[in-house]
Design a protein around this ligand. Structure first.
Ligand SMILES: [Zn+2]
Length: 510
């Protein structure tokens, strides 16, 4: 029992400080101001694009104004070509005028000025399809996907966790987590084969000099999901002009064409390309610790890059805005911090956690050989926000059971704010994994799902209005408090055993 009591004493929550944090976070909140600048003014921020750079200038200037030390860019490596959409004007003009809700896929080419042509359906799913259509697509505007049935939204698009769902998340996972990539009754997707065919298809469409490829974007109700449609590798040729449009518009054109009714389209797309920069960068800044552990570090962060169709509000301007707000509150209240607190806003998460991985390799350890650097011994914990604008309901331990009693005690102070769940489970898909991969305590929070999967994550509707203010204030309050507890704890947070080296995988890169 002696050990437990000692742990309990050391992990007592500092209620006076918590009170001050809550007051500042609620009454003087700047979190939605941050979000406004990151979305309406400086969104979207595709990695490697000029807008990523101007957004970073704003973030650094703002952190400096708040008195954050050493707010600056820090290079992590080479990303490839930059790309930005400068014009999108696509409409069906016959049999009736209908502007198409859509956007180009990232890293695809511009159209040759304004093009006007009849659209055609050209299903291109197999090698035989390619052979069949060879020589027939020059200058054509082609619909390459199947139409998609649009179901009634009987369930609300947005949701918050019920107690039962949180209880489920709290239960340990006994089998390794895997994402269900296979539709029921369908053969499993072979990604290697799929990628190889996609490359062949791109080459085919380029060689055919197709005018414009129209794909049926995932989503409905005018919402469509975007990603990349071509390569940013300077060695690769450009992919043909390709857009994703909302399913309802796609389906209309498809039905007309199936009935042999001509569909005429006028399109002009201008995408700008930028030479590869070897100095792609993250944003960092810190508040130096003043105690006996001032050479040790607590880190917070989230990715700063976004996709390009919306303004990247929930993914991940929300996380960036919250983490900036945490730094502002800490500095404004002049909270005594034993350890140094550092913020990292990461580049190129969307292309495979590239910015955070580069940072971790430069500062902590190379996961391919697990050779550690001095800062590896100095980091207590890294906290990440990147699951949308929904408030925090708990934390994923990433299997680090040793941290459970600590977080349970710290988070108990936030029951009234809805934080109830500490789970041993892993969550994946964002930058805490870069830390976790080298044996550092890296955590992502359990956040309310809201409309993240249904409406905002990587869509044209990922915009400011989809982020609730109260949720953002709650996040800033809780992360600030956890940071203070972590910075002032007698010991660093416990770690899992140091992992074995892992060979560099195909994840990320080009
Ligand atoms: Zn994200």
């Amino acid at each position: 029992m002696a050990v437990a009591v000692a742990a309990a004493a050391q992990d007592k929550i500092d209620l006076d400080t918590l009170y001050r944090i809550k007051q500042e976070a609620i009454q003087n909140s700047k979190v939605m101001d941050n979000l406004f600048y990151l979305t309406d003014v400086h969104g979207p921020r595709l990695a490697g694009s000029p807008r990523y750079k101007t957004g970073a200038d704003w973030a650094i200037k703002t952190l400096k104004e708040w008195g954050i030390d050493n707010a600056r860019t820090e290079t992590w490596g080479e990303f490839g070509k930059g790309w930005e959409n400068k014009k999108y004007s696509v409409a069906m003009t016959e049999p009736a005028y209908m502007p198409l809700i859509g956007a180009p896929q990232a890293w695809t080419a511009s159209t040759e000025g304004v093009i006007t042509s009849e659209a055609m359906i050209a299903p291109l799913r197999t090698e035989e399809d390619l052979a069949k259509w060879k020589g027939k697509l020059a200058g054509k505007i082609v619909l390459v996907d199947q139409p998609r049935e649009i179901a009634l939204h009987e369930k609300a698009d947005g949701s918050r966790y019920t107690d039962a769902q949180l209880a489920e998340i709290a239960m340990a996972q006994l089998s390794p987590m895997f994402r269900r990539m296979q539709a029921p009754g369908q053969p499993p997707i072979n990604f290697v084969q799929m990628m190889a065919f996609r490359r062949k298809l791109n080459d085919f469409l380029r060689d055919e000099k197709v005018g414009l490829v129209i794909s049926n974007g995932r989503g409905d109700f005018g919402t469509y999901f975007t990603s990349n449609g071509g390569s940013r590798n300077p060695k690769d040729p450009q992919s043909p002009p390709t857009i994703a449009v909302t399913a309802e518009h796609y389906n209309r054109m498809y039905r007309l064409l199936e009935k042999q009714i001509p569909v005429k389209i006028e399109a002009e797309i201008k995408n700008e390309w930028y030479e590869p920069d070897v100095n792609n960068f993250n944003i960092v800044g810190e508040i130096p610790g003043t105690g006996k552990h001032k050479d040790e570090i607590v880190m917070i962060g989230g990715h700063f890059d976004t996709w390009h169709a919306g303004t990247g509000a929930t993914d991940n301007s929300a996380g960036s805005a919250v983490m900036m707000e945490v730094m502002r509150i800490l500095k404004k209240l002049n909270i005594k911090l034993d350890r140094t607190v550092r913020i990292g806003l990461w580049d190129a998460e969307e292309e495979g956690l590239l910015g955070s991985r580069g940072y971790v390799t430069k500062h902590f350890a190379d996961r391919t050989n697990m050779k550690t650097l001095p800062e590896w011994d100095k980091l207590s914990a890294y906290y990440n926000v990147d699951n949308g604008g929904g408030k925090i309901r708990g934390i994923y331990l990433q299997g680090n059971e040793m941290c459970r009693p600590i977080f349970e005690q710290w988070l108990a102070a936030f029951k009234d704010l809805g934080v109830t769940t500490v789970t041993a489970r892993n969550t994946s898909g964002t930058d805490h994994q870069s830390f976790d991969a080298v044996g550092l305590p890296g955590f992502q929070f359990i956040q309310e799902p809201l409309e993240y999967d249904t409406r905002t994550h990587h869509t044209n509707m990922d915009v400011y209005d989809r982020v609730p203010r109260e949720d953002m204030i709650q996040m800033a309050t809780i992360v600030t408090s956890l940071v203070v507890q972590t910075a002032n704890r007698e010991e660093k947070l416990p770690r899992k055993p140091k992992p074995e080296p892992r060979p560099a995988g195909g994840f990320g890169g080009f």
